[in-house]
Ligand binder design. Structure first.
Ligand SMILES: Nc1ncnc2c1ncn2[C@@H]1O[C@H](COP(=O)(O)OP(=O)(O)OP(=O)(O)O)[C@@H](O)[C@H]1O
Length: 688
């Protein structure tokens, strides 16, 4: 074989597989790494050489470093403005591998298909360069000889490897389809299950859990974290497996082609792996902190949007915007820091790999010139090196995804594994015909879980006789609403006992207690963004339209509902914003009434209404209260006129119990308290 041929093939090999493809891929990889870390692209130009790639990485590092510094500055300022309590972002969460395997188990078959197909693709990717090398050898064998005599022989010789190569390309396409498709099935099913599990766990949590966690943050775990986890899982299985197999396979086939060249390569690879594992721990904690901050910024935005009327009423749009921007800024800084870490890692990896390439070209060229290897072999070797380079670049990218996926998974499992202290089901049910509704609070001590140092109820005792109306009055913050929340078993008492017909409510089925035995109407009833009829039916999903309308009639709601053009089908908007407070309250009464509860809690049910609405609602409540045990948490004198008993709560205990008349006669304490309440109420009203 002539020297010209060697040069010719050396040129093809170098140009086609290194200068063009390899560097283009490398630059794409770097860009993709930055994109996947949601950072701004700092350079639009495409570098075409390894040195420029290095420059790109270093330049990006410097720019990011600058941004990091200025971002930190913004972080300090933003801290002053934030209304959000800082979370403990240093908390290290553990990834629950046993939960992960449980989640994967039902989709095992899909995973096996995906993994085996990805494996076949990887093997094909190893085989293809070898076959390509034999093709090149056939071509080079026929280059120096007289063309006329060899055309037939050339095609004859080329036919078999060419057909084999074609078949391999087809198989590669088919298996690629299979693994992507089956992996997508596993990923989507797992993500769906994760969301279901997480939502189920969240919705079953104690009320105290919600006192402590913001909705936006919870929603973020259900959306962004699950999404991150799913994509990382898919990428790690498909590309990870492929890249590892290809790296190992190519090493073997390279060794078969040329042991000296392979030994040279083998000395470099462990160094890359070593650096990777060192960076791992650091990047993982960075990723968790960044994700927590993203969740926090979502929570700010969620809170502002769900309270848009308050924001508008106080002209706080700009402030909210500032607050959101400050939280976003912190998230951006953290993400950029993470991006910088991953970028540094990847640029370092690329530097190593490009070094290998240069070495191979030098060493391979000398082996070629001394006839120790053929041009096709050198090409096969270089293509295999390129495959390894791409695989390792993929692995370094995947490393970022792995870090991200593991921390997203840890955040998801953190909440899916929390067990509520008050289960939703289980316990006794008192049959309807034997339920009288006598309620007793005996020596209750209570502290809210989120505020352990403030005792809200102290040795609180009270009896609600069956079928009677008891009103709680007292100073603001005295603990009246807390009594109602304890009867609903939103929280468990620290000591003492609450009974219904003599049975401790801890032994009653909480779903029955809240769903059937007790009706709860509070100051700000929340409706769902659906039709009025469906909102009322929420009280008892099995009720017929007629039952719903009957409940609405009793709650003085039927008339105004029918006056709407769409009647019962009228949609009420988010949280019921499209109807008035009084109308909302009457729909809520109808909703509570539908379950025909034996005990009714009215927690300041009319205190947010004007006089006219209050009269309509009060009238509805009086009708509804008849024959039931009623606990009224009262703010206004008008709401307690019909109460059989009035209990004055002061400082977490009962200060006085009597009838309206006896307390009026006593004046003193009672009137002081009522006056104080009225003052509180009017100052709240004026303040708003
Ligand atoms: N979820 C909670 N977590 C922690 N503390 C709470 C919680 N809810 C209420 N508190 C505190 O418990 C105390 C009693 O509150 P509660 O709402 O029972 O008073 P109230 O008598 O109903 O007041 P008002 O008449 O003003 O509505 C208050 O100091 C309040 O700040």
């Amino acid at each position: 074989m002539g020297k010209n041929n060697i040069n010719f093939f050396a040129k093809i090999v170098l140009h086609r597989y290194f200068v063009e493809t390899l560097n283009r891929k490398a630059v794409q990889n770097v860009k993709q790494a930055f994109r996947s870390q949601s950072t701004k692209s700092t350079g639009k130009e495409t570098c075409s050489t390894s040195l420029r790639l290095l420059g790109f990485s270093c330049g990006t590092g410097l720019i990011l470093g600058k941004q990091f510094y200025s971002g930190n500055h913004a972080y300090c300022e933003a801290k002053l403005k934030s209304r959000i309590v800082e979370d403990d972002q240093t908390k290290q969460l553990k990834f629950d591998w046993s939960r992960f395997w449980q989640l994967l188990k039902p989709h095992w078959w899909y995973l096996i298909i995906a993994v085996s197909s990805a494996f076949v693709v990887a093997i094909l990717n190893i085989e293809i360069p070898r076959l390509l090398g034999s093709l090149i050898n056939v071509v080079s064998n026929h280059m120096d000889v007289d063309a006329e005599n060899t055309v037939g022989a050339y095609w004859q010789e080329l036919k078999v490897p060419a057909i084999r190569l074609g078949i391999m390309y087809l198989a590669q396409a088919a298996f690629t389809f299979v693994y992507i498709n089956s992996l997508s099935c596993v990923g989507e099913r797992m993500a769906c299950q994760l969301r279901e599990d997480l939502f189920s766990s969240i919705i079953h949590q104690d009320i105290a859990f919600f006192d402590n966690h913001r909705t936006g943050e919870l929603v973020n775990r259900l959306t962004t974290d699950v999404q991150d986890f799913k994509s990382s899982f898919k990428l790690c299985v498909s590309q990870g497996l492929r890249s590892v197999t290809q790296t190992i396979g190519c090493m073997v086939s390279m060794y078969l082609i040329s042991p000296p060249l392979t030994m040279y390569m083998a000395t470099i690879v462990p160094a890359v792996i070593g650096v990777g594992s060192l960076l791992g721990r650091f990047l993982r904690s960075q990723s968790q902190a960044a994700q927590a901050q993203v969740a926090k910024s979502t929570a700010v935005c969620d809170e502002a949007l769900s309270n848009i009327r308050t924001v508008r009423a106080f002209a706080m749009e700009e402030k909210e915007m500032e607050l959101y921007a400050a939280e976003l800024e912190k998230a951006k800084v953290m993400q950029e820091k993470l991006g910088m870490g991953i970028g540094l890692y990847q640029s370092g990896t690329n530097l190593f790999l490009n070094g290998i390439v240069l070495g191979i070209v030098g060493l391979g060229g000398s082996l070629l010139s001394s006839g120790q290897i053929k041009p096709g072999d050198l090409m096969a070797f270089l293509v295999a090196t390129q495959t390894i380079q791409r695989s390792l670049a993929q692995l370094s990218l995947l490393f970022g995804h792995y870090v991200r996926g593991i921390s997203a998974g840890s955040r998801i499992f953190e909440y899916s594994n929390v067990k509520p202290s008050i289960p939703l089901n289980g316990g006794k049910i008192i049959p309807f015909h034997s339920l009288f509704g006598q309620v007793e609070f005996k020596n209750i001590d209570f502290t809210y879980p989120t505020r352990q140092d403030q005792k809200v109820l102290k040795n609180f005792s009270l009896t609600l006789p069956a079928g009677k109306v008891v009103a709680l009055v007292g100073s603001s913050g005295g603990g009246k609403s807390t009594v109602a929340a304890l009867l609903e078993r939103f929280y468990d008492v620290d000591s003492g006992i609450i009974t219904i017909d003599g049975i401790d409510i801890k032994n009653l089925d909480p779903t029955w207690l809240r769903g059937r035995a007790i009706g709860f109407i509070n100051q700000e009833p929340i409706l769902f963004a659906t039709s009025i009829i469906e909102n009322i039916r929420y009280g008892k999903p099995s009720s017929t339209d007629l039952e719903v309308m009957e409940a609405a009639r009793m709650a003085n709601a039927d008339e105004f509902i029918r006056s709407f053009p769409n009647g019962y089908a009228t949609r009420v908007g988010e949280r019921g914003v499209t109807i008035s407070g009084g109308q909302k309250q009457r729909i809520a009464i109808a909703r509570a009434l539908l379950k025909n509860p034996s005990i009714l809690i009215l927690d300041e049910a009319t205190s947010a209404l004007d006089a006219e609405s209050e009269k309509l609602v009060q009238d509805a409540l009086d009708k509804v209260a008849a024959g039931r045990t009623v606990l009224i948490v009262a703010h206004r004198l008008s709401t307690i006129q019909n109460a059989d008993t009035i209990a004055v709560v002061s400082n977490g205990a009962i200060a006085e119990v009597g009838t309206h008349k006896s307390l009026v006669d006593k004046r003193g304490l009672y009137w002081n308290l009522i006056r104080q309440q009225q003052q509180n109420h009017s100052s709240e009203t004026h303040g708003a």
